[in-house]
Design a protein around this ligand. Structure first.
Ligand code: FAD
Ligand code: UDP
Length: 804
């Protein structure tokens, strides 16, 4: 058990005083909290350079990885850094906590600490691994300063990649530590900017003169070749040994902490000196005593994207540099006479020899390359981008909060109180008012009509779907004609590509998909059918969503396209879900790349909300949004209720909660006309935490210089979007249904009230037949179920492609 105490409560008074010495915070200054996997007192690097400068405008909190061994439960150790304005926060945890317990403890410590800050907050991440305990902290802006491809590092946890994708989804702005990293990641975020390492030139300039030599370097012979920095798996130890062996007359000086690798594996020679970690302040004096500064990096996954800070520092200190072929070094500094790039050990030694007598004028040339490079400038440019991202976020929030108010309904007795202004509620309101002449009060607890189909212009004026992409498609002429009374249509056939990492292919699986994925050239339906049949794993009885796919297309395609997506979307394995889930997207033998094959595929020309407004524009209909059923039931009088919300809510969840899957939407507006070639791109792999990205302009046909996209992140908590098709959930629903059957004067209709994974047209169809039932003379008799068997078949057929 983890004590629920706030961070200071676990410190005794001595500790509290000692631990918080010098920590002052000004509650008027905005707070910037930086989550870092590198400790503040580790090497003085990019995080320290930037945070020290951001401290001029922010109250900077530098959150480190926890230490262990706390005896009295979790505590937070806060101390002032030597740099003014920076507070170092180090969580202290007891040993033996599980990962989950650690997460809970860290979340509590963070929340308690932030409670003391009443200012606006900016989150800055160096590692996505700190997201789990900080993801729900509310911030004005989230920044990811990506210094490296962390997942390529030794011992990198598997979760890292997933969390990074989540962080990229959350971040308002992303910086990369170099150009190659920027190029590798640029598709992952629309507001990403490269900021290669900078340099504090004044600090290192001292090394150009005669600085007093540190004691441990003073006695080493010359020429000296030096390296400072972390010594870990990125260093080519064989290369160091090779240089030392080839030149016993050279002294190799290695300054820096040894991390993650066993010190016993370091090459030991008389002419190699490992001097350990030194303070940032001491580096110029070491540098000044070297003849050549080296960067003996191994060329591997962990160094592919690095942009070593020491390159400009070595040059600012007036030392010629020899490096292995690190892309960003080659690219930014490789053209300089003072920087030699060597591809193999022999060339490296050769380059070191040449570097000892550099070409005339090399230092002037290096200075030109360094001109304008400074951490101050980097900070200024980053600040500008952060300010822009903050104001964009503020504008988005303001728009979300100013939803159109709907006039209050007059108090009178209504024939019907309809709860929920989505398709189910609105179609019934329209029919009952217009056709049957009934008076209707339509309410919704959200601040708008339209239910989940609600759309609105975003801050840039681009029409977006607030609750995820809604594409209208139906096989029913009756339903299409009915809705056509309230809207003009824009023909639109939805197309979806699945992003498989190395290629994007049509989804649902069709002939083109197979040709691209397997590099084959199937020419017609027969060949495609035979190809799939050879892969399929036929089953006598198809029960689950996994069976439905593997029986049709086999295991490989199932794993590529369905398993990961479904696990993310539903939070469970396809083997635990009903077959109807994946049966929604069956494979095809032809090359039809449309997502739906229905007869009618259109989008409302002016959007869904406009269509709902027309539908509900009738004297017999009063609308009251922002109003919950409980409140309305107390305030208004009516004869009958039509309830389109969660059926378990209506009955106080007395048999337990019906499970729903929810989504979080992350929206971005990009300063470009188009982001992706089709309306939706699915990400079926399991490690990308979102399922799909939708670009609305494809759906709506809107012409605009910018474009808006939405990422969908499935989750358990939140609005109930998806009933979960499983037998046990149906059984629970049936118990509520029997209660509903015996409840007079209430009609249950819609996706939530009948716990059906219905599309819009199916809900319209259900509402229309409910209307017919309600207005039949014997409407009190509902039969044995909320949905009659014939009606169920009819609605299901809308999905399977036959017409009603
Ligand atoms: P809803 O639209 O959910 O309306 C119910 C309303 O009840 C809500 O507005 C809610 O606020 C309100 N409510 C709940 N509780 C209370 C209360 N206590 N008091 C007052 N009001 C309350 N279908 C398609 O055909 N094509 C698509 O492309 C498509 N895409 C989809 C994408 C996503 C992400 C989701 C979630 C669904 C999608 N659908 C799509 C399905 C479609 O949204 C539904 O079929 C349709 O919106 C259901 O309408 P409804 O009226 O039953 O429910
Ligand atoms: N599905 C999948 N991979 C995909 C698309 C869909 O595994 O690329 C599965 C997944 O289980 C999903 C179901 O098929 O929930 C139905 O897909 P659909 O596009 O109809 O889902 P919706 O639009 O309702 O979210």
């Amino acid at each position: 058990m983890i004590p629920a105490s706030p961070f200071t409560e676990n410190l005794n008074s001595n500790e509290r005083n000692a631990n918080n010495v010098g920590v002052q915070s000004d509650n008027n200054v905005p707070t910037l909290i930086c989550f870092s996997h590198l400790r503040w007192d580790f090497v003085y690097q990019r995080p320290q350079h930037l945070m020290a400068r951001f401290a001029a405008d922010f109250d900077v909190l530098f959150w480190e990885e926890p230490t262990f061994g706390a005896r009295q439960g979790p505590a937070l150790h806060a101390r002032a850094a030597r740099v003014p304005g920076v507070t170092i926060l180090t969580p202290q945890l007891p040993d033996q906590l599980t990962e989950e317990e650690q997460e809970v403890a860290l979340r509590r410590l963070l929340k308690s600490y932030l409670r003391t800050k009443e200012t606006s907050l900016i989150r800055w991440y160096y590692t996505p691994m700190m997201l789990p305990f900080s993801r729900d902290v509310s911030a004005d802006c989230t920044i990811y300063d990506c210094m490296d491809e962390l997942s390529n590092f030794l011992f990198a946890p598997k979760k890292l990649q997933m969390l990074e994708a989540e962080l990229l989804g959350l971040a308002d702005v992303v910086f990369t530590g170099g150009y190659s990293l920027f190029e590798a990641k640029r598709g992952a975020h629309e507001n990403m900017h490269p900021f290669p390492s900078s340099v504090d030139q004044d600090h290192f300039a001292g090394a150009r003169g005669q600085l007093q030599q540190p004691l441990d370097q003073r006695s080493l012979p010359r020429p000296r070749l030096g390296y400072y920095g972390v010594v870990d798996e990125r260093i080519d130890l064989d290369l160091i040994a090779g240089i030392a062996d080839a030149h016993p007359d050279w002294a190799l000086v290695i300054v820096g902490p040894i991390v993650k690798i066993d010190p016993a594996t370091l090459p030991r020679r008389n002419n190699i000196a490992y001097l350990g970690a030194k303070d940032y302040a001491q580096l110029p004096s070491y540098l000044s005593g070297w003849d050549v500064a080296i960067m003996p990096f191994a060329l591997n996954e962990a160094t592919r994207f690095i942009s070593p800070t020491k390159t400009p520092e070595y040059l600012a200190g007036g030392r010629p540099v020899v490096s292995t072929a690190i892309t960003d070094v080659k690219r930014q500094y490789g053209h300089l006479d003072g920087v030699k790039i060597a591809d193999d050990p022999a060339a490296f030694i050769d380059a070191c020899e040449q570097a000892m007598t550099p070409a005339e004028g090399w230092l002037d040339q290096a200075d030109q390359a360094l001109a304008g490079l400074s951490w101050d400038r980097t900070t200024e440019e980053m600040s500008r981008l952060i300010a822009a991202a903050r104001s964009r976020r503020a504008a988005r929030t303001a728009v979300a909060q100013t939803a159109k108010p709907v006039p209050r309904a007059p108090a009178r007795r209504y024939d019907y109180l309809i709860v929920g202004a989505g398709f189910a509620g609105s179609v019934l309101a329209e029919r009952l008012a217009r056709r049957a002449g009934k008076s209707v009060l339509l309410i919704d607890r959200r601040p708008h009509i339209g239910g989940n189909a609600y759309d609105r212009p975003d801050a840039a004026g681009i029409l977006i779907h607030e609750y995820g992409p809604h594409i209208f498609h139906t096989n029913s002429e009756e339903i299409f004609d009915y809705l056509s009374q309230f809207t003009e249509w824009r023909p639109y056939e939805h197309r979806v590509l699945a992003n498989l990492g190395n290629q994007m292919v049509p989804m649902p699986i069709n002939r083109t998909t197979l040709n691209r994925v397997y590099g084959v050239s199937l020419r017609n339906d027969e060949e495609t059918k035979a190809f799939l049949e050879a892969r399929a794993a036929p089953l006598e009885i198809i029960r689950t969503a996994a069976d439905a796919v593997t029986a049709q297309v086999g295991v490989d395609l199932y794993e590529k396209f369905f398993r990961g997506y479904t696990r993310k979307q539903w939070g469970m394995d396809p083997a635990q879900l009903d077959k109807s889930v994946t049966a929604r997207v069956p494979a095809r033998f032809n090359d039809d790349d449309r997502y739906f094959t229905d007869r009618f595929q259109y989008m409302p020309a002016n959007g869904y909300t406009a269509m709902f407004e027309n539908m509900l524009d009738h004297d017999n209909i009063d609308i009251h949004t922002g109003l919950d059923f409980d409140e309305a039931a107390k305030t208004f009088s009516y004869d009958r209720v039509i309830y389109t919300c969660r059926i378990d809510d209506y009955f106080g969840r007395r048999y337990g909660e019906l499970p729903y899957r929810s989504l979080k939407f992350e929206r971005h507006t990009l300063d470009k006309r188009e982001y992706q070639p089709v309306g939706t791109v699915n990400y079926p792999n399991e490690w990308t935490p979102f399922t799909r990205i939708t670009e609305f302009k494809h759906l709506t046909g809107q012409v605009h210089g910018k474009t808006s996209i939405t990422y969908e992140y499935p989750c358990d908590e939140g609005e109930p979007y998806y009933p979960v098709p499983r037998q046990e959930n149906q059984a629970l629903f049936k118990r509520y249904e029997s209660l509903a059957m015996s409840t007079s004067d209430v009609t249950f209709v819609g996706r939530l009230a009948t716990y059906r994974y219905y599309n819009m047209d199916q809900v319209v169809g259900q509402a229309l037949s409910t209307y017919r039932r309600l207005t039949r003379p014997s409407h009190g008799e509902q039969g044995a179920s909320l949905i009659l068997a014939g009606e169920e078949r009819k609605l299901a057929s809308l999905r399977t492609g036959s017409t009603v």
